[in-house]
Design a binder for this molecule. Structure first.
Ligand code: NDP
Length: 277
């Protein structure tokens, strides 16, 4: 049998042959990481990394509930809506356990579902351990660790019913390598990693993934508060030669939130310009 290609019109066509390759039945999926029809909740969405995450989740099609204290997250929600996205603002102090426990219920009532939780709100209260006040320890643990426990505990109920969900905690490179003057912050961020891995095992069979993003040095209010000398010292440790941006972290969050990341759980995704490899 002659299987040599023949020219037919402008196309190169292979003659009938048992070995002829059939055209693939699949179609090309043009929009990876689409979050259309997903409802996301982002804490600390008023500025910095949380705002960038909220904006990017919305750009991928998610309805984003943006939370912060007071009316601080309203600007982010307004910006999303002005850009053609879908968003609401919510007032939430993540250290208020009572308020946190009601959030998923409120979101389900208004939007019908909750697919993505991004626990991003965080603070620093830096001091050498010798001088650290108990209040500074407690405040950082409450905001940067315990709030994620409370939010995740409340969010997994609807996610279990939905048989799926994404929980993403924002940790820090400091939780992986430590940093003098940040024993409280390092403990909280390292705690998130253990928490996420344990929870990932508890809920994996129900299609819920739990992951941590560990940013390096990102250009936000938090790092602008560090003295110029400390900033330069840190920047010198970054192989990629620049501070990160909120968008760098937001891209990782979109990926972990997407259907394409369904097989990734209990993972720590470092987005740090190579600071810790
Ligand atoms: P910013 O200081 O710029 O923003 C902090 C956000 O957290 C604000 O939206 C703030 O909201 C919110 N927040 C703080 N406390 C509370 C609270 N009690 N209740 C509700 N919201 C609160 O920080 P970044 O954007 O830089 O940091 C975001 C996350 O990324 C944090 O978890 C941080 O630890 C982590 N991270 C940051 C790095 C960096 O280099 N910037 C590096 C590694 C990790 P409000 O408007 O109400 O104050």
């Amino acid at each position: 049998m002659d299987c040599s290609p023949t020219l037919k019109g402008p196309l190169y066509v292979r003659r009938s042959c048992a070995l002829a390759v059939k055209p693939a039945a699949t179609t090309i999926k043009r929009h990876m990481f689409s979050l259309v029809n997903k409802v996301a909740f982002v804490t600390g969405a008023s500025r910095g990394i949380g705002k960038a995450i909220a904006m990017k989740l919305a750009a991928q099609g998610a309805f984003v509930v943006c939370a912060a204290r007071g009316d601080h997250a309203k600007g982010t929600a307004d910006e999303i809506v002005a850009a053609g996205g879908r968003a609401d603002a919510m007032t939430l102090d993540v250290t208020d356990d009572g308020a946190v426990s009601k959030v998923p219920g409120q979101i389900i009532e208004t939007h019908g579902r909750l697919d993505i939780l991004v626990s991003n709100a965080g603070i620093t209260r830096d001091q050498l351990l010798m001088r650290m006040k108990r209040d500074d320890w407690d405040a950082v643990i409450a905001t940067d660790l315990t709030a994620t426990f409370a939010l995740a505990q409340a969010a997994i109920r609807p996610m279990l019913k939905q048989q799926g969900g994404r929980i993403i905690a924002i940790g820090s490179v400091v939780g992986e390598i430590g940093n003098a003057g940040q024993t409280n912050y390092a403990a909280a961020k390292a705690g998130l990693i253990g928490f996420a891995k344990a929870l990932a095992r508890e809920v994996a069979s129900r299609g819920i993934t739990v992951n941590v993003i560990t940013p390096g040095m990102i250009d936000t209010d938090m790092t602008r508060a560090i003295s110029g000398k400390a900033q330069t010292d840190w920047a010198a440790l970054i192989p990629l030669g620049r501070l990160g941006t909120g968008d760098d972290i937001a891209a990782a969050a979109c990926y972990l939130a997407s259907d394409e990341a369904a097989y990734i759980t209990g993972h720590v995704l470092a987005v740090n310009g190579g600071m810790n490899m």
